[in-house]
Design a protein around this ligand. Structure first.
Ligand code: ZN
Length: 69
């Protein structure tokens, strides 16, 4: 188990690319029990449960920092 510190404005690097556009980066628009994410490639937004999201995250980018220590 690992808990990620994910906040609004962070960019998540996902394990899998977004089908269709090929981007694996998602910006966090809203963080709560569900995350609202916007794809960096195509701009589509969608909701995903936090638990599901965390399993798919490789790295969290905040500003210039890579929090995946
Ligand atoms: Zn996309």
């Amino acid at each position: 188990m690992w808990a990620l510190d994910i906040r609004e404005g962070d960019v998540l690097v996902m394990k899998k690319e977004h089908p269709g556009c090929g981007s694996n980066k998602m910006q966090v628009l809203r963080a709560g029990a569900d995350f609202k994410l916007a794809c960096s490639g195509c701009g589509r937004t969608f909701m995903i449960p936090r638990s599901k999201c965390e399993k798919r995250v490789v790295s969290v980018l905040r500003g210039d920092a890579d929090l995946n220590g």
